[in-house]
Design a protein around this ligand. Structure first.
Ligand code: 6GU
Length: 228
């Protein structure tokens, strides 16, 4: 899979993309993340990429020109056209099912904005899908792009190592994960539940399922009622 990221802050991505599952997936060529700096496509000597909103109001808006030119430059680097995604709090809320959908694409092109937002003609002209990572505002699309890349790449076949597991994790079955324990058997007076030490795998599976359900009902009833 190829993931292009168009951003004003390519350096923000280096560290999060270099560790653990993501780092390994890139090393092994399971995913190719290509970072492009929108500012390289600015037209004037000040490298201007944003301007005041028509009609007035606070903040600055990303100008269409540099984003379009960066996009055109990037898109022709691979045959696959790609799914074009604009990161914005106005977008469709990202969740595990959208992550699964994205993980089946051959190419994603993520566009991260800063300032007060994008000139509307960017969305229209690029025919981009708008995606948000939740109902809160963060200072730019970069962290959102990283969240999406992480959630998508870990779903790619071969991305997870032996020590990782995707199938049993929270949300993969529409429920939260059951409680986990490791050594020691007793910590500050709190004991590991007997059932987990019993060696009875059928009973353990049943207990875990029950715990998953109870936890989801208590912490995230919306997941059960389906009104996310
Ligand atoms: Cl994609 N961008 C910004 N700025 N804030 C957000 C977001 C994106 N998703 C949730 N909040």
């Amino acid at each position: 899979m190829r993931i292009d990221v168009l951003t004003l802050f390519t350096e923000m991505f280096e560290s999060p993309l270099s560790y653990s599952i993501l780092g390994r997936a890139r090393e092994r060529g399971i995913v190719d993340v290509v970072l492009s700096n929108i500012r390289d496509f600015a037209k004037d000597s000040y490298k201007k990429v944003d301007d005041k909103p028509y009609g007035g109001g606070p903040g600055m808006v990303m100008m269409p020109g540099p984003v379009f030119d960066c996009f055109e430059h990037v898109q022709k680097q691979a045959d696959e056209k790609g799914r074009v995604i604009l990161l914005t709090p106005q977008g469709r809320r990202f969740d595990e099912s959208l992550a699964e959908e994205f993980s089946r694409a051959k190419r994603l092109i993520l566009i991260a904005g800063r300032y007060e937002g994008f000139d509307e003609r960017i969305r229209i002209g690029l025919d981009a899908e708008q995606v948000s990572i939740g109902d809160y505002v963060i200072s730019g699309g970069e962290l959102a792009a990283m969240v999406i890349i992480d959630a998508v790449v870990r779903l790619l076949p071969e991305a997870l190592g032996d020590e990782d597991s995707a199938a049993e994790e929270s949300f993969s079955q529409g429920l939260l994960e059951y409680p986990q324990y490791t050594r020691p058997e007793e910590f500050q007076g709190m004991k590991v539940p007997d059932i987990l030490l019993s060696g009875n795998h059928a009973k353990i599976a049943e207990w875990r399922k029950q715990q998953s359900l109870e936890r989801t009902k208590k912490q995230r009833p919306d997941l059960i009622n389906g009104n996310q």
